[in-house]
Design a protein around this ligand. Structure first.
Ligand SMILES: NC(=O)c1ccc[n+]([C@@H]2O[C@H](COP(=O)([O-])OP(=O)(O)OC[C@H]3O[C@@H](n4cnc5c(N)ncnc54)[C@H](OP(=O)(O)O)[C@@H]3O)[C@@H](O)[C@H]2O)c1
Length: 211
């Protein structure tokens, strides 16, 4: 069974850890303050979860989730992620992250920056446009009429297929935006960002995106 490393243990990292252990996956999760600070979370998550450093999480995971404030993306360990699928939840909040000129100038994408940082990894966008509190509550069985859809994007078909299967396990349909260079369509402030939408609505909202 796939093992997950999680880099970032905040709203999204801890929620995904809960969802993954509930589905029978083993996870190693990390934050910036060190494994000891994660003891309460690990106690809650149970025996499928361990705390580690970011390097530990990167080494442990067959698939690794990066879910830190965007300003910290260059701290993500590179070598242990080579060849691996990396799921990127990150968004750009200049108020929090500081100004990143290539994003302000709209010549880069948030996930594209992570892919540049991890050239040997297969980066796919995942869980970036759903509020953390809805990840474990909004899922519905496949075929439900108003099932919520989430977007992915990536240059690796293997990585976007992985996200598609994982979304389905969490109860969501998938729309694949395409390569990372098109992933701006689901970034902050675009019509598809952080709204509940079905697959058809998400397709429409992605088409309405403007840069
Ligand atoms: N919150 C949401 O609903 C939501 C939804 C979709 C996407 N996102 C995006 O997903 C990302 C994570 O969001 P969040 O709300 O989960 O953030 P958060 O609650 O602030 O948590 C961030 C986590 O990253 C850790 N961290 C910070 N710098 C690090 C580093 N250099 N190495 C390792 N870990 C580091 C923090 O560690 P400490 O705890 O030790 O400080 C914390 O555990 C952001 O880019 C955000 O924009 C958030």
């Amino acid at each position: 069974m796939t093992r997950f490393g999680i880099i970032g243990a905040g709203h999204i990292g801890s929620t995904l850890a809960r969802g993954l252990v509930d589905r029978g996956y083993d996870v190693t999760i990390s934050n910036s303050r060190g494994p000891e600070s994660l003891a309460p979370l690990i106690a809650e998550l149970g025996e499928r979860a361990t705390a580690g450093t970011a390097a530990d999480a990167a080494a442990f995971g067959d698939v690794v989730i990066v879910t830190v404030p965007l300003k910290a993306y260059q701290d993500v360990p590179v070598a242990p992620l080579a060849g691996k699928i990396v799921l990127d939840t990150n968004n750009y909040y200049w108020e929090r992250d500081g100004r990143i000129p290539s994003l302000d100038e709209k010549v880069a994408t948030t996930s594209g920056l992570l892919q540049e940082h991890l050239p040997e990894s297969k980066v796919a966008k995942a869980f970036n446009h759903i509020t953390s509190s809805q990840i474990l509550t909004d899922g519905r069985p496949a075929g439900t009429a108003d099932r919520r859809a989430l977007a992915t994007a990536g240059d690796s078909d293997e990585a976007t297929a992985f996200v598609t299967a994982l979304y389905d396990e969490f109860g969501f349909d998938t729309v694949n935006v395409g390569p990372l260079e098109d992933s701006w369509r689901v970034e902050r402030d675009q019509p598809a960002y952080v709204v509940r939408q079905t697959r058809d609505e998400l397709v429409d909202n992605l088409a309405l995106a403007t840069r």
